[in-house]
Design a protein around this ligand. Structure first.
Ligand code: PS7
Ligand code: MN
Ligand code: MN
Ligand code: MN
Ligand code: MN
Ligand code: MN
Length: 355
């Protein structure tokens, strides 16, 4: 039965599973562990959004070309035979778009209820991405002003993924029918992951002129920065640290929602799929907190720690323990000189108290 629903008997679906391994460093393993035809559905959801993100990320595509491709991506995704060959050679996932006709073929074989959820989320995400991409092209670089804009961008690229996944879980009957209506906490799941990614990728994104940190935070007068890339300069370490702690504090806002979300899940394989990325995110926030290396290079949690997090991400109680431990660790590293000290204490306390 497992074999019949995962599509191993089809050449195109086999290629799609290969694409999943090629394009996802962290999601491939957890997606494959999901039960029955939901794994194949999430795999296809992932590949569609990965294709869309590859176009969003490609700075070699001029804005006037990129806009119509982004805004029609939900239609292209069901247009038999469509492929995209014009991504720059630097784009790591360009092959997925070169063979996108195989993704399209498999999307068209999905259960119509699943397919319409995927296409609805794709349409909302593509238009959000296109709005921000247009602003970035006009300004010459990605540039986010208010925390509100930051939350909106993260809603488009990750909060909507959370919404779509919740709707798919409900449609599969593996989770309660009303999970798909829990938009606020589904959004928070995505925002926690996306914000962690944006914090950790500071240097890599800066070097690509992708400035996702909101100016409302890094531009505060007391920090004294004129530009986001000034934070990695030699004399900036102390002040950059305070910006980093405010960014981490902002991400921690979503952590109790994530715990509330995980508590609603009933299916073991769905739980692991949702919990593993989230415990990795909390551990990554702890790793980044008060760590000046984050401004210089890409830092990652150790293999052994990741393995331990995966093993412990099996039930809400252990996940809450992981959250509490990381928050206690963040709390212990906070210093009174930090302008965010009090607010960090409160945010960590809230997670430590959660039950
Ligand atoms: C369908 C599993 C578990 C309820 C490709 C998983 C890019 C962090 O900013 O390229 O370009 O550098 O490093 C995933 C909610 C989305 C949010 C989002 C689809 C969790 C396209 C993770 C993932 C919701 C937009 C990292 C979102 O990519 O980002 C499926 C529950 C894709 C999830 C992007 C970011 C992923 C990301 P960037 P990256
Ligand atoms: Mn992107
Ligand atoms: Mn990307
Ligand atoms: Mn992004
Ligand atoms: Mn990133
Ligand atoms: Mn990335």
């Amino acid at each position: 039965k497992e074999h019949a629903t995962s599509g191993w008997d089809r050449q195109t679906m086999r290629r799609c599973w290969e694409f999943l391994d090629m394009t996802s460093r962290s999601f491939a393993a957890v997606i494959k562990e999901v039960e029955g035809d939901l794994a194949r559905t999430i795999c296809m959801f992932y590949l569609v959004l990965r294709g869309l993100d590859t176009i969003e990320d490609d700075m070699t595509i001029p804005d006037d070309v990129k806009q119509p491709i982004l805004r029609s991506f939900h239609k292209l995704t069901v247009t038999p035979g469509w492929t995209y060959n014009d991504c720059g050679p630097k784009e790591k996932d360009r092959q997925l778009l070169v063979e996108y006709d195989k993704v399209i073929e498999e999307v068209n074989l999905l259960d119509p209820e699943y397919r319409s959820i995927i296409l609805d989320i794709t349409e909302k995400m593509e238009n959000g991405m296109a709005d921000f991409a247009h602003r970035a092209a006009t300004a010459g670089a990605t540039y986010i002003d208010k925390i509100e804009d930051y939350d909106l961008y993260c809603h488009y690229v990750a909060g909507l993924v959370g919404e779509g996944l919740s709707r798919l879980f409900s449609a599969s009957k593996k989770e309660v029918s009303w999970l798909g209506t829990q938009l606020e906490i589904s959004n928070s799941m995505g925002l926690l992951l996306q914000k962690t990614n944006i914090i950790r990728d500071y240097r890599e994104d800066c070097d690509d002129k992708r400035y996702f940190w909101p100016k409302e935070i890094w531009g505060r007068k007391e920090y004294g920065f004129q530009e986001m890339k000034d934070m990695y300069a030699p004399g900036a370490q102390q002040r950059a640290q305070w910006v980093q702690s405010e960014m981490i504090l902002d991400a921690l806002r979503h952590s109790t929602d994530a715990l509330d979300y995980l508590r609603l899940l009933k299916n073991q394989s769905v739980f692991a799929f949702c919990a593993i990325p989230v415990t990795m995110a909390i551990a990554t926030l702890d790793l980044c907190f008060m760590n000046p290396a984050m401004f210089q290079r890409n830092i990652k949690i150790r293999k052994a720690e990741a393995a331990s997090l995966i093993m412990r991400s099996t039930n809400p109680r252990d996940v809450a323990d992981i959250f509490r431990q990381n928050c206690r660790s963040i709390h212990a590293k906070a210093v009174p000189e930090d302008p965010n000290f009090l607010r960090i204490s409160v945010a960590c306390g809230k997670v430590e108290q959660w039950c």
